[in-house]
Design a protein around this ligand. Structure first.
Ligand code: BCO
Ligand code: ATP
Ligand code: AKG
Ligand code: FE2
Ligand code: MG
Length: 328
C-alpha cells in the first residue's frame, strides 16, 4: 500500500473512533482530542483529511446565481433604507466614515447581524450549506454570527484590508471544533479585489493574542489582528467564483488584502455552532479586550447596562437552524 493510502487509513480510523462521541462531545472534549469532522456521508475521505490538515475546504458552485442575486437585491434595498432590519449593524469604512458623507451601498463596508432579515437569513438555512455544516457541528445547528461583506475600493489608506485573525477571538463559546464559518463569494473574488488569504494548518494552534494592527492609514472598528503575526508562514489566496463556498475552522488564521479594483467585492457568511456548545467566561483571557469593546457598543446601541454580558449578546443573536436548541 502507498504511504498516502496508509495515512488515509490511519486518519479514517481515528475519525471513526471519535465519531460516536461527536454528539456527546461535552463529556469527553477535554479527555480526548475530537476529530474535526464526522462522517455523515457528505465529505469524501479526501475532503475530511484536507480539512483535518488545512482547516478549510472549498466547495465550488454551492450557491446558485439566483440565490446570490436575491441576496444582492436585498443588500441594495437595505442600503437604500427601503427596509429597516432590527438589530442590523451597518458598518462604513473608517476612512469614508471619517471624511465625506456617502449615500447608499458605496458607503457600506459590512452588514452584520442580519438574522432578522428573512431574505438574507435564507442564506443560513440553505439545505446544501447545512448539509456541509453538519459535518463539522453535528446535527443541532445554531447560526451565531451573520455578515454580508461589501469590501470597498481602497481609498488609498489600505483600510480595506482585513488583518490576519482567528474568528474564535470574537466568540465566547466552545468547543472550537464544533464551530465553522461558511463564506460564499457573491462574485468572482481574486487577489486584485481582496480575496480571503489563509494560513493552512494554523487551526492546529491555539487562540492567539489579538489587537489593533499598527497601520498608518487607520483600522476599522473591531478589526483586531493576530499580534506578532509571522509574515513568513505559507499563505494561500482563495480565488473563488460566484457561488463558491469555503468552510473554515474558527482557529484558522485568515484575512483579506486590499481591494485594488473600483468594484465592491461582495461575500455573504455565517458562523455556525453546535447548539450543544457552551459559553465561557473570557475574563482574564486574551478575549477580554474584544469583549469590553462589544459590551461598550451594546451599551450605546441598546442603552443597556453592564448586566448584559458578552455571552448575552451572542445568545440574543443566535438562531436555531437545525435540530434542537440545547445549551446555546
Ligand atoms: C468573526 C467576526 C470578525 C468580525 O466581526 S471583525 C469586524 C467587527 N466589526 C464590527 O463588529 C462592526 C463594528 N462597527 C460598528 O459597530 C459600527 O459601524 C460603528 C463603528 C459603531 C459605527 O456605527 P455608527 O455609530 O452607526 O456610525 P457613525 O457614522 O454614527 O459613527 C460613529 C463614530 O464611529 C466612527 N466610525 C464609524 N465607522 C467606523 C469604523 N469603521 N471604524 C472606526 N470608527 C468608525 C465615526 O467616525 C464616529 O466617530 P466620532 O464619534 O465622529 O468620533
Ligand atoms: N502589516 C501587516 N500586519 C498584519 N497583517 C497584514 C499586514 N499587511 C498585510 N496584512 C494582511 O495580509 C493579508 C494580505 O495582505 P495584502 O493586502 O498585502 O494582500 P496580498 O494578497 O498580499 O496582495 P499583494 O501581493 O498585492 O500584496 C491581508 O489579510 C492583510 O490584511
Ligand atoms: O470577507 C472578508 O474580507 C473577511 C472577513 C472576515 O474574515 C471577518 O469578518 O471575520
Ligand atoms: Fe474572519
Ligand atoms: Mg501583500
Amino acid at each position: 500500500m502507498s504511504r498516502a493510502a496508509d495515512r488515509l487509513k490511519v486518519v479514517l480510523n481515528h475519525l471513526d473512533r471519535s465519531h460516536g462521541a461527536v454528539v456527546s462531545f461535552q463529556r469527553r472534549v477535554y479527555r480526548e482530542r475530537p476529530a474535526y469532522t464526522s462522517d455523515t456521508g457528505v465529505l469524501t475521505p479526501e475532503q475530511r483529511i484536507a480539512y483535518e490538515e488545512n482547516g478549510f475546504i472549498l466547495i465550488r458552485k454551492l450557491v446558485s446565481d439566483q440565490d446570490i442575486d436575491r441576496f444582492r437585491k436585498e443588500f441594495e434595498r437595505i442600503c437604500k433604507r427601503e427596509v429597516k432590519v432590527p438589530g442590523l449593524v451597518v458598518m462604513r469604512d473608517v476612512t469614508i466614515a471619517k471624511s465625506e458623507y456617502v449615500e447608499g451601498e458605496k458607503a457600506v463596508t459590512k452588514l452584520q447581524d442580519y438574522q432578522e432579515d428573512l431574505e438574507l437569513f435564507r442564506y443560513c438555512t440553505l439545505p446544501q450549506i447545512l448539509k456541509y455544516v453538519e459535518c463539522f457541528t453535528g446535527p443541532n445547528i445554531m447560526a451565531m454570527h451573520t455578515m454580508l461583506i461589501n469590501k470597498p475600493p481602497d481609498t488609498g489608506k489600505k483600510t480595506s484590508r482585513h488583518p490576519m485573525h482567528q474568528d474564535l477571538h470574537y466568540f465566547p463559546f466552545r468547543p472550537a471544533d464544533r464551530i465553522v464559518c461558511s463564506w460564499t463569494a457573491m462574485e468572482k473574488v481574486h487577489r486584485g479585489n481582496g480575496c480571503l488569504v489563509v494560513l493552512p494548518g494554523s487551526h492546529h494552534g491555539t487562540l492567539l493574542e489579538h489587537d489593533y494592527p499598527e497601520w498608518e492609514g487607520g483600522v476599522n472598528k473591531m478589526y483586531h489582528g493576530v499580534r506578532n503575526y509571522d509574515p513568513n508562514h505559507p499563505r494561500v489566496h482563495l480565488e473563488m467564483e460566484k457561488g463558491d463556498t469555503v468552510f473554515f475552522h474558527p482557529l484558522l488564521i485568515h484575512g483579506s488584502g486590499m481591494n485594488q479594483t473600483d468594484g465592491f467585492r461582495k461575500a455573504i457568511s455565517c458562523h455556525y455552532a453546535s447548539s450543544d456548545c457552551y459559553y465561557i467566561d473570557v475574563k482574564g483571557t486574551t478575549q477580554e479586550n474584544i469583549s469590553n469593546e462589544v459590551k461598550e457598543l451594546a451599551a450605546k446601541k441598546y442603552g443597556v447596562d453592564d448586566t448584559v454580558t458578552f455571552q448575552d449578546t451572542w445568545a440574543l443573536r443566535g438562531r436555531l437552524v437545525q435540530g434542537d436548541r440545547a445549551s446555546m
